[in-house]
Design a protein. Structure first.
Length: 198
């Protein structure tokens, strides 16, 4: 997971690399969710906050300064977003004074890892439900970043078949993950919709 540094990911994201954005999301979305949960009462609000932050992070990627901590940058983005929500809807947000700012990035590392492992296991179980060819296509495109044409060449199939397999497998995985994981359902569904490009 951490074979590529945040600095390298930040530089690639700034250049518009969606694969690097996915890796950065995988690296920090659980921690961000638990930080959001310290501010808000409802899990759905925490999910929405994390989703909003990743959308804004991608849209405003040209503002990324790779010479500074991109991890701190996105956590500050989240904090500011939640504090804005606090001012807009005080009844839905708990007091943020109890949150230790210095501990935001890694406060629940152990718990975060457990949740992430459960999420990852759900993904792996979903992959096991796919046919061999659909799984190959999905993994090559989603995890390794190959284009449709590259996958067609690697697997010696036509590009239309690649598109069909990827569409079907993505639809299945979106539904499967949504059913298996409550806390990340909204985010997972949203990100899958971004990265399914036929």
């Amino acid at each position: 997971m951490h074979d590529i540094t945040d600095t390298i990911l930040a530089e690639k994201i700034k250049d518009g690399c969606e694969e690097s954005f996915k890796k950065f999301y995988d690296r920090y979305h659980v921690q961000l969710y638990y930080v959001a949960k310290q501010y808000v009462k409802a899990p759905a609000l925490a999910e929405d906050a994390v989703q909003d932050i990743f959308v804004k992070f991608w849209i405003h990627r040209n503002r990324i300064d790779s010479t500074k901590s991109v991890k701190s940058f996105i956590f500050v983005m989240l904090k500011n977003h939640l504090l804005n929500q606090l001012r807009k809807n005080r009844e839905e947000i708990i007091s943020y004074e109890s949150v230790n700012e210095n501990s935001l990035p890694g406060k629940n590392v152990t718990e975060d890892q457990v949740i992430y492992n459960e999420y990852e296991e759900a993904v792996n179980r979903g992959l096991d439900e796919l046919s061999d060819r659909k799984r190959e296509v999905f993994e090559l495109k989603t995890f390794k970043g190959h284009s449709n044409s590259e996958i067609a060449e690697l697997l010696d199939i036509n590009i239309r078949t690649v598109k069909t397999h990827y569409y079907n497998s993505s639809q299945f995985m979106r539904t499967y993950i949504k059913n298996q994981t409550g806390i990340l359902a909204v985010i997972a569904s949203f990100l899958l919709s971004i990265f399914v490009k036929l």
